[in-house]
Design a protein around this ligand. Sequence first.
Ligand code: NAD
Ligand code: ZN
Length: 706
Amino acid sequence: MSDTILIADMTDTQARDELARLAKILGDANRAYHTEDAPRISDADYDALKRRNAEIEAHFPELKRNDSPSDQVGAEPADGFSKLRHAVSMLSLSNAFETEDVDDFDMRIRKYLGLGAEVPLHYTAEPKIDGLSLSLRYEDGVLVSAATRGDGQVGENVTANALTIDDIPQRIEDAPAILEVRGEVYMSHADFEALNARHLERGGKTFANPRNAAAGSLRQLDASITRARPLKFFAYTWGQISRPLAETQMAAIEQLAQMGFQTNPLTQLCDSPAGMLAHYTKIEQMRSQLGYDIDGVVYKVNDLALQGRLGFRSTTPRWAIAHKFPAELAWTRLESIDIQVGRTGALSPVARLAPVTVGGVVVANATLHNEDYIAGRDSKGGEIREGKDIRIGDWVQVYRAGDVIPKVADVDLSKRPADATPFVFPQTCPQCDSDAIREPGDAVRRCSGGLICPAQAVEKLKHFVSRSAFDIDGLGAKQVEQFHADGWIAEPADIFTLRDRYGSGMQQLKNREGWGEKSATNLFDAIDDRRQIPLGRLIFGLGIRHVGEAASNLLALHYGTWAAFADAMDVAVDPESDAWGDLTGIDGVGSVMAGSLTAAFAQETERAAIDRLIAHLEVQAAERPDTSASPVAGKIVVFTGTLEKMTRAEAKARAESLGAKVSGSVSAKTDILVAGPGAGSKAKKATELGIETLDEDGWLALIEGA
Ligand SMILES: NC(=O)c1ccc[n+]([C@@H]2O[C@H](COP(=O)([O-])OP(=O)(O)OC[C@H]3O[C@@H](n4cnc5c(N)ncnc54)[C@H](O)[C@@H]3O)[C@@H](O)[C@H]2O)c1
Ligand SMILES: [Zn+2]
């Protein structure tokens, strides 16, 4: 490929050809990405091609094309939309990939402004939201139009669509007579997954990632489609404006927040490149928990007068730069496919890969989801296209984001070895040879061996001792595996007879590697401590399919005692019974979970194992917390803005323990809104609806003592 020619060695002809080739590829990629919301190459590949184009142009300035990709922003507006010309152009950002690029950025700015290294210079650093930019024009505080970036000069008129987005105020107070607010429209991970699940259910097309989903949802000719899509908006800059908002970037962002816009809480003021890099690292570490996609960190000169002096190049401002995260996609060879057997018998295919670095981490294993995914019949998040099966020996693309399990996202059919054969998914369990059965409607094939399957048994034991279940100190997954392999424990009940069988005289346990008198005694004591167990933990510990921690606690609260619970399960196996109606009537327990519970209790060997376990335990009854004295019992509470004294999760858990219901959105039913700094549209809505609004301290004072 001509990519490999060193630029310094290129002849004029080679350079001209290469620039023409890149203009074509990049032009096509821009259209696919910006106009069709369906990119055909990865962002990392796009960025690399664009950089190469710029490098060749730098070497051969006289060969730079009139339609050079370096001078273009986005793509022309799509047909169908009316067009809006931006009063102030909407540009792109130049990129930094390495630490040194950030130092260079600071040095370039100082040089341009004639500032020595000793002069203090402040920058803001904030997440680069991976969505699409939108410009909102307010005249006398009223939203009059909304436009996408388009080619930077002319965008698509999406006013009707923007009006459907909750985060976008239709009216703002104390605004300049003309104010164009700009920011990013995006979709949260949760909303993206729910949207794809809905589409999959209806046999519709799924989106490959939240950015495409956001762009595809905003850019709809029929705004009622946009209304049904949960889009969000962060404001981070402005276009035309009749009077300045503030003197600094930071203060201007605060002004936008005051007006009711959502602004990103991770926006921070930094006083040096080192400070920017520290914030970059912090944001990168938080990336997987944000709940929405970001692809880097944007640095901006804080002083707006200096921004004005720095101005713009053809497609990018001089006063800002986007520091991108390393690519999270990589190609490698699929060496083999292993089948793991889970606690509920599910056969999960795992890809063993030639190790490859993905987003800074070496990846050698990735999930292949299930047999349909391997066969190319199913999509998970839309990555695998119909008809592309995955074979051992294939060249596959690996994707990982934050803490998520890496997955095989694509396959390159052009690199398939000639002798590669379709993967045959096993029809029997690789651990116990029992039939592996796939029920209609289930994407997963399962081992039918139940407790005779060693893989299921050991996974059940690991689950039994896990944190939210029996949580036995000194008995983790590793010890369970050893004890199981040596035949010391086969089922949970065996844990409670360990001391009698192997602890007398301590010889046997002490003879094991890694165990001494003290650790052995501690283990037996820890096991004894768990003979008394709260009902919710016990139910969760049984590891029944579909029955998670939250549901276990609901069941415990509902039935109160083990006896009441077990009796009810025995009767509820008959779907005509009142017990079945009572079970499925619990808020949070559906018929699938109920069916799985009653089946487990009705299954003889499984039931016998449960009874053997119960014989060793004293099950503590679950008590409903008494919230009658709570000032917020039965109230519907919404939290918004930044909480300073507690995390959102803490605030929610605390409110719920006091009998309140916590909701994510403000409606006429809301009783109390707790608004921290940066609260936007929700606070406005609550005021409009006359809902009691408290700040964090007010809320804490209200619930204090309860
Ligand atoms: N895969 C493809 O085929 C393909 C094609 C074209 C573009 N792309 C991707 O898009 C990028 C180029 O597109 P671009 O011109 O939009 O550049 P960009 O995405 O690198 O940066 C500019 C954009 O960042 C956004 N942004 C998000 N958060 C921001 C913040 N806090 N402050 C300021 N701006 C913020 C704005 O929308 C702005 O327009 C490429 O680097 C590539 O990753 C991919
Ligand atoms: Zn099995």
